[in-house]
Design a protein around this ligand. Structure first.
Ligand SMILES: [Ca+2]
Ligand SMILES: [Ca+2]
Ligand SMILES: [Ca+2]
Ligand SMILES: [Ca+2]
Length: 194
């Protein structure tokens, strides 16, 4: 019992007399703010209908250019996805039946040629150093192009689609009379290459 008392007294005495030098500095107010990755197409955030072409015929060359702005605070990489071309027979005409299309098939996917490219200067035409994503029959477009095109924060670039109805031999073009085609496409800005 007395030994326990001695230990307790010693402990209290040590605590009372344990003074030492010290110093402190602080790091308060540390903050974390997320950046933004925000794509604008033709200056906005709503769906853009780039083509609304009627009475298309051989010799025509509709061209559409999308302006793609990175309005966020982070650099982004542009990719194209969800690309889909839907062909339909539309009006069933006498000439297409005579040309060997009795089922009124949608033939524009094979009759039209397209060129899809990064149009760095936005002039609607392929220039030196402007990457071509695809060139060939409209129906041969892939469903996505992972171009990973760098668009710096605050920067812009362009993508252009040229559609060409080159004349074909004989009555082949007649298969496309009254036919329709609908193109859907999504532009995506990614924070790193995919
Ligand atoms: Ca946006
Ligand atoms: Ca038709
Ligand atoms: Ca047809
Ligand atoms: Ca160009």
């Amino acid at each position: 019992m007395s030994l326990l008392m001695i230990i307790m007294v010693a402990t209290v005495a040590t605590g009372a007399t344990n003074a030492y030098l010290s110093d402190t500095e602080t790091s308060t107010g540390n903050t974390f703010a997320a950046g933004s990755l925000d794509l604008n197409v033709d200056g906005g955030n709503t769906n853009v209908v780039k083509f609304n072409v009627s009475n298309l015929r051989p010799g025509n060359q509709p061209i559409g250019t999308w302006r793609l702005n990175n309005v966020g605070t982070l650099n982004g990489y542009l990719n194209l996805k969800n690309i889909a071309l839907t062909n339909a027979g539309g009006a069933f005409t006498d000439p297409e039946a005579e040309a060997g299309d009795p089922e009124n098939a949608g033939n524009l996917g094979t009759l039209l040629d397209v060129q899809l490219f990064v149009d760095t200067d936005g002039n609607g035409w392929v220039g030196t150093g402007e990457p071509v994503l695809y060139s060939g029959p409209f129906g041969g477009l892939a469903d996505h192009y992972n171009q990973n095109l760098l668009i710096p924060a605050g920067g812009a670039n362009y993508v252009t689609l040229q559609v060409n109805w080159h004349s074909h031999a004989g009555t082949l073009d007649n298969k496309g009379q009254g036919d329709t085609a609908t193109l859907d496409m999504t532009f995506e800005l990614d924070q790193s290459p995919i």
